[in-house]
Ligand binder design. Structure first.
Ligand code: FE2
Ligand code: FE2
Length: 391
């Protein structure tokens, strides 16, 4: 064992790329079949503060490399059993960063080129110029250390990136999990509000289905974006949720409401706004807006705030039209169902006063599709009811 090896830590042995510390002496393996040459080089280099290990042949040199792991090798070319060129090839195949300086007493340009191409750091003629040898070793070892330090830094960086990527991917998984939970809680609360609305609906929820689908059709004819069309479909069924706070004797009254009863009834808009407001989530913002404004009139004579024209949000103006249409064409506790013709006549009477004329135009454009949807829904309900009776 050399001094350098005895100073190697356990982690050095598992990580060959960790360079020597400042106080480590670099080990140089001197390979020459001539003992005198070997000793000359060894003596000189050991005075230059290198640890020296010697070998008399290429084969022996390979054993020393395995045993001591030198920092650099100075080798003769002509040797018995394995010459310097083969030794160089063997070394380069396992450690391409090794510093190998070739020496020979028969130098030639071809041999020099061959050795350098094969990975030699330098090629020195014999007798070896010791100062040149030392300089060449020093420069080579320095280069090797820089290279190893760069590689070690690269490995550290890669490990850090891998660790951070793993942590990030774990955080993303967690975020996805929380998002999924949040989404289902959110969808659950919307569904809860829809069911709550349906409880007080005078048509066991069928009115809310129609409002949802009709609003979407009118919004599309009005040229709203796909996102807005989806939004009004999702938000409009909650337009009357405030009715949960209105007494049954008012909601189900067959005759006209007294002034006082009507004032109470009007409050369902504000109560709906209070139920749906304050969450800051788009669907709740839209639902609140619709609950608050679906009884406002284009001319400002509606309630609860008496908003007029474009001060009424477009979602509120759309639901105002389809809500009245649905009330006209269906039986209510206070009125029979009117025919399509009569309902259309009454709708037209509200143009520019109760209804936004543009929204009414969009409604008229959507009317064929609205009547189709109405028929489809009726058919589905009849079928569902007959299946229910058959059980
Ligand atoms: Fe309403
Ligand atoms: Fe309604």
């Amino acid at each position: 064992m050399t001094g350098r090896d005895s100073k190697r830590s356990k982690s050095d042995e598992t990580d060959p790329l960790i360079p020597a510390t400042e106080e480590d002496r670099d080990t140089v393996l001197v390979v020459d079949d001539q003992e005198a040459v070997c000793q000359l080089l060894s003596r000189y280099l050991s005075r230059k503060d290198f640890e020296i290990v010697e070998a008399r042949s290429g084969l022996e040199a390979l054993d020393r490399v395995r045993e001591v792991g030198p920092t650099a090798i100075v080798t003769d070319i002509r040797m018995p059993d394995m010459d310097g060129m083969e030794l160089l090839a063997r070394i380069m195949s396992t450690d391409p960063d090794m510093i190998v300086i070739m020496t020979t007493c028969a130098p030639s340009v071809d041999l020099t080129i061959e050795a350098l191409r094969a990975g030699a750091s330098d090629f020195l003629p014999k007798p070896v110029d010791l100062t040149r040898l030392y300089e060449s070793l020093r420069r080579g070892i320095q280069r090797r250390k820089v290279r190893l330090a760069t590689q070690r830094h690269q490995i550290t960086l890669e490990k850090r990136v891998r660790r951070r990527t793993a942590a990030l991917s774990q955080a993303l998984d967690e975020l996805r999990r929380v998002n999924t939970q949040l989404k289902s809680a959110y969808e659950g609360s919307i569904e809860l509000l829809r069911r709550t609305s349906a409880v007080r609906d005078d048509d066991t929820g069928a009115h809310l289905d129609r409002i949802r689908l009709f609003s979407g059709e009118v919004a599309a004819c009005l040229g709203l974006s796909d996102d807005d069309v989806e939004m009004i479909r999702a938000a409009s069924p909650m337009h009357d949720i405030g009715k949960i706070a209105i007494p049954d004797q008012i909601l189900q009254k067959t005759g006209s409401l007294t002034l006082e009863e009507f004032e109470t009834m009007k409050k369902h808009t504000l109560i709906g706004g209070r139920i749906l407001g304050g969450y800051g989530v788009p669907i709740f913002v839209a639902s609140e807006q619709i609950a608050l404004t679906h009884h406002e009139c284009w001319n400002g004579n509606g309630y609860p705030r008496g908003l007029a024209g474009n001060d009424i949000p477009v979602f509120g103006r759309i639901v105002a039209v389809v809500d009245v249409w649905d009330a006209l064409t269906h039986k209510r506790c206070y009125k029979p169902a009117y025919s399509t013709e009569k309902s259309l006549e009454l709708m037209e009477q509200g143009r520019g006063s109760q209804f936004d004329p543009d929204v009414l135009d969009a409604f008229m454009e959507a009317l064929p599709r609205i009547l189709e949807i109405e028929a489809e829904l009726r058919e589905m309900r009849t079928k569902a009811a007959s299946e229910g009776d058959g059980k």
